[in-house]
Design a protein around this ligand. Structure first.
Ligand SMILES: O=C(O)C(=O)C[C@]1(C(=O)O)C=C[C@@H](O)C=C1
Length: 392
């Protein structure tokens, strides 16, 4: 019996061709998503249609099982990504129609923390590429500088990390929002994949000095607790940390950062996946001098900042208003008010359009119950929650 010979070169050529066909089909699907968006402009239907997504996923899972021997989990994961892309594309189209002024700008000056390759830079690139906008990058050394650069008109937008799934809220950013005249106009969640990075010769056991921004350091605290002898040197950003490690070129020195960025700065990952949680994500907010209009066809978030009187139950009474108007709160954060010891400012993220009737009524009631209240912004929710399907 003759054995089949498998030529790797030949298989790779066939794979290349097939992958190219997949790309072409994905591009075709994107064009259709845009046609759907145009049809939804005419019919005023919401972008998201959970029933249609259910139907689609069930049909695909069954076809995968019966016709193609593809398992349900694989198909679900793949199509959650495809549908997320379709939703975000449609949202971007509708947002451009709702904001013709900004839509006409193919270039935006964007202020963010750190240099090329910092997580804030990656977030800025992803956010603005979805909007088909090229960036003029304005690197900043700290959060206050980002806010000031936008407030003064030197930048159109600022990108700020606001919370992380491992280390929680970024207090410094919340404190900056207390006094700014800027509005939140968008959000983006970025997966953060921390590695220990160093020069190519460095071994993990040799590392005694770690350069890091405090945030990644906190997010990797469990891994770092197993390296008790390590000394931390605090840096202004992950890129700053990598630059310093590269310049020192010492075998006992490492930084925390992203593997792709490390290569950009001549370093290598020596240990991957070092964050406390495998699902390590950071949510960024985008700030600008003018608020945005949010299309009523897409899910929106509204962020409020408020302070209540120092009486028992005063915070509870504000939360009851949200319950009364069926408004879902996705985050509540409290921060001290500078100069007023023991007084707190509350930041509230709501799943609501500012212009909705129930939101307006809730706002009117909240205004009576609070000593200070301000809308920090109403913006498209870019967190596309995957539709769950029951697989038998
Ligand atoms: O069919 C629609 O209504 C679409 O918007 C398209 C689509 C998809 O990409 O398949 C995207 C979002 C909806 O939630 C459902 C399906």
């Amino acid at each position: 019996m003759t054995e089949t010979t498998y030529s790797l070169d030949n298989i790779r050529l066939r794979l290349n061709k097939l992958d190219d066909e997949l790309l072409s089909l994905l591009s075709e699907r994107r064009k259709m998503s845009l046609e759907v968006a145009k049809s939804k402009v005419q019919t005023a239907k919401p972008v998201r249609d959970a029933a249609r997504e259910q139907q689609l996923l069930v049909k695909l899972i069954n076809a995968g099982k019966d016709k193609y021997q593809l398992d349900a989990e694989y198909i679900t994961k793949l199509f959650h990504t495809i549908i997320e892309d379709s939703v975000l594309l449609q949202q971007a189209y509708l947002q451009n129609l709702a904001n013709p002024e900004t839509c006409r700008k193919p270039l935006a000056r964007v202020a963010f923390l750190g240099d090329k390759g910092s997580y804030s830079h990656l977030a800025s690139q992803e956010y603005f590429s979805r909007k088909n906008t090229d960036l003029i990058k304005l690197n900043c050394q700290h959060f206050r500088e980002i806010i000031k650069t936008v407030e003064s008109g030197h930048a159109d937008y600022g990108v700020l990390p606001i919370e992380n799934t491992s280390s929680g809220s970024i207090n410094e950013v919340y404190d900056q929002l207390q006094h700014t005249t800027l509005y939140i106009v968008g959000e983006l969640t970025l997966p953060i994949e921390h590695c220990l990075v160093a020069t190519s010769e460095t071994k993990l056991e040799e590392v005694t000095t770690l350069y890091s921004h405090p945030q990644p350091y906190q997010q990797c605290s469990e891994f770092l607790s197993h390296l008790p002898k390590i000394n931390l040197v605090s840096c202004s950003s992950t890129v700053d940390a990598m630059n310093k490690v590269k310049a020192l070129d010492k075998r006992d020195t490492a930084a925390i950062g992203n593997a792709t960025t490390a290569k950009l700065y001549g370093l290598q990952p020596i240990k991957g996946n070092i964050a406390n949680q495998t699902e390590n994500h950071t949510r960024f907010i985008i700030v600008a001098r003018k608020p945005v209009e949010v299309s009523s066809q897409i899910p929106a978030k509204t962020t409020l900042i408020m302070s209540t009187s120092q009486q028992a139950g005063s915070l509870v009474s504000t939360l009851l208003v949200l319950q009364k108007f069926s408004i879902n709160m996705t985050k509540l954060e409290s921060r001290p008010i500078m100069g007023n010891p023991w007084e707190e400012m509350f930041y509230v993220d709501l799943e609501a359009h500012l212009n909705d009737e129930n939101m307006q009524q809730a706002l009117a009631e909240l205004t009576k119950l609070t000593t200070h209240i301000k809308v920090l912004g109403c913006y498209p929710s870019e967190n596309v929650k995957p539709t769950q399907v029951k697989i038998n």
